[in-house]
Write a protein that binds this ligand. Structure first.
Ligand SMILES: NC(=O)c1ccc[n+]([C@@H]2O[C@H](COP(=O)([O-])OP(=O)(O)OC[C@H]3O[C@@H](n4cnc5c(N)ncnc54)[C@H](OP(=O)(O)O)[C@@H]3O)[C@@H](O)[C@H]2O)c1
Length: 300
C-alpha cells in the first residue's frame, strides 16, 4: 500500500510516497481504507523534527482519517461503513497518510451523513481539539467566551460549537479578511486588533495560538490554550483564574458528537484546497503559506 513517510527530519523534500506493508489489525482495531485526510500544523512540526527523539523513524505521518471500513472486528461497525477517526500519531506512531490504517475502535465513529468524506476529513483533530477544550471550559448557554485564532481550523470549529451550545462567543482573528467568516461562524463580534478586546469581560478564553490575552478573562474565569509551542500560560491564580494547556486525545464519542453537529447543520466543515496524495509536498507548502480559509485536504 502507499504511505507518506519521513525517514529524517527537514523541509518538504523529506516527505516520501513509499510502498509500505499493510497493517495487521490487532484485537479491538478497525481496518479502514483511507479516502481522505487533512493536514494539521502538528504534521509540519513533526516533519521538521520539533518533537525530535519522540518520533521514531521512519514514520508515517497524519492524524486525520476519513474512509471506508474494511474489517470492523467487534466494533459494531460493518464493512463498507463510512467512518472518521483521529489517530494520535505522536503518541503511537500510527499515521493516517496510508491506504490502509488500523485504528482502535474507541477512536472511530460513523462519518456525518451530510458531508462528503473529503469534507469529513477536516473534522477529527481540529474538531476534537475544539470540542474537548470547550468541554473543559464548561460554559453554559449565555456565558461569554473569547476565541483567539478564530480564523483557524480549531478556532473556526470552536466558534461554531460554542454557538450551537448557546454560548455568547467573540473572536480575535489575525487578519481583517477573517472577520466576516468569524461572524458567519457564530461570533457576536470579531476583531483583528487585540486592543479592542474588552477587559475582564469573558467567563473563559480559548486561546488557539498563544495570544495570552489574559486581561480579557474575568476574575474567577477559565483560560485554556492549545498552543503548546507557545509555552505555559502566565499564572493567574491570584485572580482566581484556572488555566490549562490542553492536549487533544483520541475520542470516538467526541467524533460522534461532531458528526451530529454536522448533520443538524450546526457545524460546517471548511475545505480551503484539495490535493492528491502524490502532491503531498505541495499540500504542506500550501499549509505553511498560511492565509487559509479552511483546511488542506488530501485525497487518496
Ligand atoms: N494541544 C493540542 O492538542 C493541539 C491540537 C490541535 C492544534 N494545536 C495547535 O493549535 C494551533 C492552532 O491549530 P489550527 O489547526 O487551528 O491551526 P491553523 O488552522 O493554522 O490556525 C491558526 C490560526 O491562528 C492564527 N494566528 C497564528 N499566529 C497568529 C498571531 N501571531 N496573531 C494572530 N493570529 C495568529 C492564524 O492566522 P493566519 O491564517 O493569518 O496565519 C490562523 O488563523 C497550532 O499551533 C496547533 O499546532 C494543538
Amino acid at each position: 500500500m502507499r504511505a507518506v513517510q519521513i525517514d529524517r527530519f527537514g523541509s518538504l523534500d523529506v516527505l516520501g510516497l513509499v510502498s509500505a506493508s499493510p497493517p495487521e489489525p490487532k484485537d479491538g482495531e478497525v481496518l479502514v481504507r483511507t479516502v481522505a485526510t487533512s493536514l494539521n500544523p502538528v504534521d509540519v512540526k513533526t516533519r521538521e523534527g520539533v518533537f525530535g527523539e519522540t518520533t521514531p523513524l521512519p514514520a508515517t505521518l497524519g492524524w486525520d482519517l476519513a474512509g471506508i471500513v474494511v474489517e470492523g472486528a467487534r466494533s459494531g461497525l460493518r464493512t463498507g461503513d463510512r467512518v472518521i477517526a483521529m489517530s494520535h500519531q505522536l503518541a503511537d506512531g500510527r499515521g493516517t497518510w496510508a491506504d490502509l490504517v488500523a485504528v482502535p475502535a474507541r477512536a472511530v465513529a460513523p462519518a456525518p451523513a451530510a458531508a462528503s468524506l473529503m469534507e469529513a476529513a477536516t473534522l477529527p483533530l481540529a474538531g476534537l481539539t475544539a470540542l474537548q477544550s470547550l468541554d473543559w471550559l464548561g460554559l453554559s448557554a449565555g456565558q461569554r467566551l473569547l476565541v483567539t485564532g478564530a480564523g483557524g481550523a480549531v478556532g473556526g470549529n470552536a466558534l461554531q460549537i460554542a454557538r450551537a451550545r448557546g454560548i455568547e462567543v467573540d473572536a480575535l482573528v489575525s487578519r481583517d479578511e477573517q472577520v466576516a467568516p468569524a461572524l458567519e461562524h457564530g461570533a457576536g463580534t470579531a476583531t483583528a486588533d487585540r486592543r479592542e478586546l474588552r477587559s475582564r469581560a469573558y467567563d473563559a478564553v480559548f486561546d488557539t495560538f498563544g495570544a495570552f490575552t489574559t486581561e480579557a478573562v474575568a476574575d474567577g474565569g477559565r483560560y485554556l490554550s492549545v498552543a503548546t509551542q507557545a509555552g505555559p500560560i502566565p499564572d493567574l491564580s491570584s485572580r482566581g483564574v484556572e488555566t490549562v494547556v490542553n492536549q487533544v486525545r483520541e475520542d470516538g464519542a467526541g467524533l460522534r458528537e461532531l458528526a451530529r453537529l454536522v448533520d443538524d447543520g450546526s457545524l460546517r466543515p471548511r475545505v480551503h484546497a484539495v490535493f492528491g496524495l502524490g502532491e503531498i509536498r505541495a499540500a504542506h507548502e500550501r499549509l505553511q503559506g498560511g492565509g487559509l480559509n479552511g483546511k488542506i485536504v488530501v485525497v487518496f
